[in-house]
Ligand binder design. Structure first.
Ligand SMILES: [Fe+2]
Length: 302
């Protein structure tokens, strides 16, 4: 069998506001517009992915939170309504998605053999988390590819950011080995925001962009530092900063998603393509692409 590969990795944040603003038929609430900078960034990402042949989207989401080990979706189809617990006025999304169960099982086995505690999610009535749904929708609104969704083992909160760092690195390595063994061509999504200081009051009209901005200059500086390292290809340095970044900005990097993806990509030293940076309810979000296969083929160092 041909060796599988990761064709691209994406930092693909999941504010439900971005889906709301696009008015897809799956979402019940209607919007006038909003958050164009980030939405147009996702459009550029989608355009790039149109030129890449791939089999499966693999996403690690901060909103599927498990306290005993790392879990993988393990049922072929999930269909239900996802309602954002904080913003039910913006996100009531009817999803119907398929799972690449054989790839999920291969990943679970490799993670288990690497020493991680793992479990396959076999409950057909399980409600898929909105982080998985929003990141996958914004990356591939046609839903024409199966997904693998990986939970966030809450090591940051149960133990410490450093424990999360170590286990995410291990999970990333196991993910890469599993993909290579599977023969599949895969796009990885790290479904996390950057700095995460929220609004405390909501605008009357959610898409009122006069209210949308970062709320703390220190948080903004942290976001810019992190993005600068991505653009410079300094991903090992970035991963070392993640525990401090997480503590200083309450970033969703606490989920391990970004660290997992960079480890799976074997710490790219080529520049990432930043499609957009913008805030949603004051939190920092960046859409960033590592065109991994293209760089490997052109002889760039991974
Ligand atoms: Fe989130």
């Amino acid at each position: 069998m041909k060796k599988g590969c990761i064709v691209a990795g994406v930092l693909a944040p999941h504010p439900p506001h971005l889906v709301y603003a696009e008015n897809p038929p799956q979402n019940e609430p209607r919007a006038e517009c909003g958050w164009e900078n980030l939405r147009w960034g996702y459009e550029r990402l989608r355009k790039n992915l149109e030129n890449i042949d791939f089999d499966t989207l693999v996403v690690l989401s901060p909103h599927w939170q498990t306290y005993v080990g790392t879990h993988f979706l393990g049922v072929e189809r999930f269909s239900s309504v996802s309602v954002d617990p904080i913003f039910p006025n913006l996100f009531r999304y009817h999803y119907d998605l398929t799972v690449d169960v054989s790839l999920a099982e291969t990943m679970e086995r490799h993670a288990r053999e690497a020493g991680l505690v793992t479990r396959m999610m076999r409950n057909p009535d399980f409600r898929v988390d909105y982080g998985t749904i929003v990141s996958c929708h914004l990356t591939r609104p046609a839903w024409d590819k199966p997904i693998v969704s990986i939970s966030s083992h809450r090591s940051t909160h149960y133990f410490s950011p450093d424990v999360m760092l170590a286990s995410s690195l291990k999970l990333g390595h196991a993910t890469r080995e599993a993909i290579e063994a599977s023969g599949k061509r895969v796009v990885l999504l790290a479904s996390n925001s950057l700095s995460h200081r929220h609004f405390t009051t909501e605008a009357e009209v959610p898409e009122d962009m006069s209210r949308e901005h970062i709320y703390h200059h220190g948080q903004y500086l942290w976001d810019m530092k992190v993005i600068e390292l991505m653009k410079a290809g300094k991903t090992r340095e970035l991963v070392e900063l993640v525990p401090d970044f997480t503590e200083q900005t309450v970033a969703e990097t606490d989920s391990g998603a970004l660290t997992w993806m960079l480890s799976a990509l074997d710490f790219p030293s080529y520049p990432a393509e930043v499609h957009a940076y913008g805030t949603v309810i004051g939190t920092g979000n960046a859409v960033v692409e590592w065109a991994h296969e293209a760089h490997l083929v052109s002889g760039g160092a991974a």
